[in-house]
Write a new protein. Structure first.
Lengths: 367, 368
């Protein structure tokens, strides 16, 4: 339905036309990139083009890009390789892809605005001999950006390794992997506007990676298994097409939504991704509001949904100290192709849903 | 109209969703995630949702309706599972389906239906909702053998006005399955659920012992005349009328013994010959009325357990104490914690409450 309003980009971005075209080309390549013959070379060419596109977009060398099946695998591969023998420190608001890969890790608290508590990180690093720090560039629920340069400087000072989960930030803000000085950085293809099923792990030059899957030694022995060429080609094209400067447009639309809704916003005071807002709607549980908006043709999300579709209370907002309000926050995340009239249309749907609810009780007039 | 259908993933509620959709309504499906299926079955790696939620989603997809999974684990744990364990610890035999209907289903889902702009909430229960002169009435299902009105006694008048039970007029389950086949639902031949849903392996005593260890502590099995006949491994394993699980206390000479009482304070199981299991007076509390409560004694048909037909009885209501007193036409077995539900001769549900315990041991004689 063309009237539908897709505002769940942080779950997955709509496919970019450039990515679609690259996928279609790759689908017709019959060769395996590892084969020595002409068909193999043709496939290899597409694979290496995608690798270069990803490397160029995020400030890495092509040979340091390990292609994976997605962001979860990229995060897991980095942690699997770097964590042994180290104390693992993980941001309290990390994505489950990182949290589930770091059992027993020490959480690094966040401030009330969602940003990593640098003083706490400093203390934790002082208390740890040899550490691995895992933090996200941008939070998937609030869009809040962690102070990556400061975090990287602290890690350097304490001799700790740094892994950045840049899945949500990639394509929506400028990211210079080399300039940041992190050891590894995880990316996801479909969050860039590519197809689902591809991701990448960027490695600091010189860093070797013990593979999760050794397999046939693909990816220079760092990730076995025949590469998912169509998905990877799409990811490369999406990385090349996603221009962070376009995010200014999304920021303007997002700000109009926030201004019109008149609701409090989680992490509003912190630097945030331009496409994301976490609106707190006190009159209805977020779970209900997501359903009510869906029935109005507006696709948003709340918390993080597990594979069964069950919505659980957001650990991100809980870590930010929101308490009960955490159950009332919906995430509106604008896709790269958000229409210009997104704010009035979203606000109209929100008003239709709100009109069904009992009127809000006025201020108490009693003694 | 827009209708919210509570879909369990079973054939009944699936048919409800499909038939309402076929009738032209805008159907919204909702499935409650009530407990962690993986934890309940102790299968490592099992999905928290379990097969039923996947089935519900597939059915909704087949029909072509939106479908949502609602996390009500915390609410269910507190309103149903904790009450279930507490009830056993009090020496009662709980009836968790009533608590679930009372809280998670008809309170929470009805609220959700309103918030979503749905004019009604439909379920796959076998019961009939009849538009009467004074509002909606609750009646037994056409298929009396399948009737579930007993579990719905706590439905309030306001909830009843909002809910629909489209299967209430179905002649039998075969007809429901045939309709599922006709509608192309993959769950048409899915077996009926048997156990208490949150105890899928059927070992409810383990769950009770975990939540209320006091209900799993050993105690004595005592004859109603005061003689100690044996010991038991937790009062939660016993219910009034039961004859199994008594060990050496299962017989008194040639006479078979039955549980006539469960005493939580002393952790004693009281046993007596069959004749003593019945009572000629039953009291119920937490009464929900679906008619204006009659003044004085009135004739009715009473159902004291899920698997029996309503039996003639005389009831009277004490509004001061909030107690419903029943004198069964024939002495009946009444387990505290179970429901006492009253019907009129036409099968209309009048009211219902939870059966209260009564003194079962002549304490003066025991003490002597």
């Amino acid at each position: 339905m063309s009237d539908d309003l897709y505002l769940d980009a942080n779950a997955t971005e709509p496919l970019r036309p450039e990515a679609r075209a690259a996928v279609l080309v790759a689908l017709d390549l019959r060769g395996n990139p590892s084969s020595v013959h002409a068909d193999g070379r043709a496939a290899r060419r597409v694979l290496e083009t995608a690798r270069s596109q990803i490397a160029n977009a995020f400030g890495a060398r092509a040979q340091d890009v390990v292609l994976t099946a997605g962001g979860t695998e990229a995060n897991a591969a980095a942690i699997h390789a770097l964590a042994p023998g180290r104390a693992v420190l993980v941001g309290a608001t990390e994505h489950p892809a990182v949290l589930a890969a770091t059992p027993g890790a020490t959480p690094i608290p966040v401030l009330a605005d969602g940003r990593l508590d640098l003083a706490a990180l400093d203390t934790l690093l002082t208390c740890s001999d040899l550490a691995l720090v895992c933090v996200m560039a941008a939070n998937n629920e609030t869009g809040v950006l962690h102070p990556l340069s400061e975090i990287a400087a602290l890690c350097r000072r304490h001799g700790a390794l740094l892994h950045i989960d840049a899945v949500q930030a990639a394509g929506r803000m400028a990211l210079d992997f080399a300039g940041l000085g992190a050891d590894t950085m995880a990316l996801s293809g479909h969050k860039l506007g590519g197809p689902k099923g591809a991701g990448a792990l960027l490695l600091r030059p010189g860093l070797t990676l013990a593979p999760l899957l050794a397999g046939g030694g693909q990816e220079r022995g760092r990730r076995g298994g025949t590469e998912a060429l169509p998905a990877i080609a799409g990811m490369g094209a999406a990385a090349a097409a996603a221009r962070p400067q376009d995010a200014a447009r999304l920021g303007r639309l997002r700000d109009a939504i926030e201004a019109g809704a008149g609701l409090s916003v989680a992490g509003q005071g912190a630097p945030r991704l331009p496409n994301t807002t976490s609106l707190i709607f006190p009159r209805m549980p977020a779970e209900t509001l997501v359903i009510a908006l869906d029935l109005e043709g507006v696709r948003v999300s709340a918390g993080s949904a597990c594979s069964s579709g069950k919505v659980t209370r957001s650990h991100v907002l809980t870590a930010m100290g929101l308490g009960e309000a955490a159950g009332h926050a919906i995430r509106v995340s604008l896709p790269w192709d958000a229409p210009e009239d997104v704010a009035p249309r979203f606000l109209a749907a929100l008003a239709r849903v709100g009109a069904r609810l009992a009127p809000v009780a006025g201020p108490s007039t009693g003694g | 109209m827009r209708i919210l259908v509570a879909m369990s993933g079973g054939v009944d509620s699936s048919v409800v969703a499909a038939m309402l959709h076929e009738a032209g309504h805008e159907v919204v499906g909702a499935t409650l995630q009530l407990y962690d299926h993986g934890a309940a079955t102790a299968k490592k790696g099992a999905c928290c949702a379990g097969q039923d939620i996947h089935d519900a989603r597939m059915v909704a997809d087949t029909i072509g309706i939106p479908h949502y999974v609602l996390d009500r684990e915390a609410r269910f744990r507190e309103a149903v599972i904790a009450d279930f364990a507490d009830s056993y610890a009090r020496g009662e035999t709980p009836i968790p389906c009533v608590r679930c209907n009372q809280s998670v289903k008809f309170q929470d889902l009805a609220g959700l239906a309103r918030d979503l702009g749905c004019e009604a909430l439909a379920t796959g229960h076998y019961a009939r909702r009849v538009e009467g002169p004074d509002g909606a009435e609750l009646h037994m299902a056409a298929d009396v053998a399948r009737d579930q009105s007993y579990f719905l006694f706590a439905t309030t008048q306001a909830q009843l006005d909002q809910v629909r039970f489209p299967l209430g007029d179905m002649p039998d389950k075969t007809a429901v399955r045939a309709m599922a086949e006709r509608l192309g639902l993959a769950v048409a031949q899915k077996p009926d659920s048997q156990d208490i849903c949150f105890v899928p392996e059927g070992r409810y005593s383990d769950l009770v012992a975990k939540l209320r260890p006091d209900a799993a502590e050993p105690g004595e099995i005592v004859h109603a005349d005061g003689r100690v006949l044996g010991t038991h491994a937790g009062i939660a394993r016993y219910t009034v009328g039961q004859s199994r699980g008594l060990g050496m206390a299962s017989r008194d000479g040639q006479e078979r013994l039955f549980v006539t009482g469960v005493e939580s304070t002393t952790r004693r199981i009281i046993v007596a010959p069959r004749a003593a299991t019945t009572t000629d007076e039953v009291m119920a509390g937490e009464v929900n009325w679906l008619i204006a409560p009659p003044v004085g004694a009135f004739a009715c048909f009473a159902k004291l357990r899920a698997r029996e037909l309503p039996q003639p009885a005389i009831a009277s209501w004490d509004p001061e104490l909030g107690l419903l007193r029943l004198v069964p036409g024939n002495p009946a077995v009444a387990a505290p914690g179970q429901a006492m539900v009253l019907y009129d001769a036409e099968g209309r549900l009048l009211c219902g409450g939870f059966i209260k315990g009564r003194a079962r041991v002549d304490t003066t004689r025991v003490a002597a």
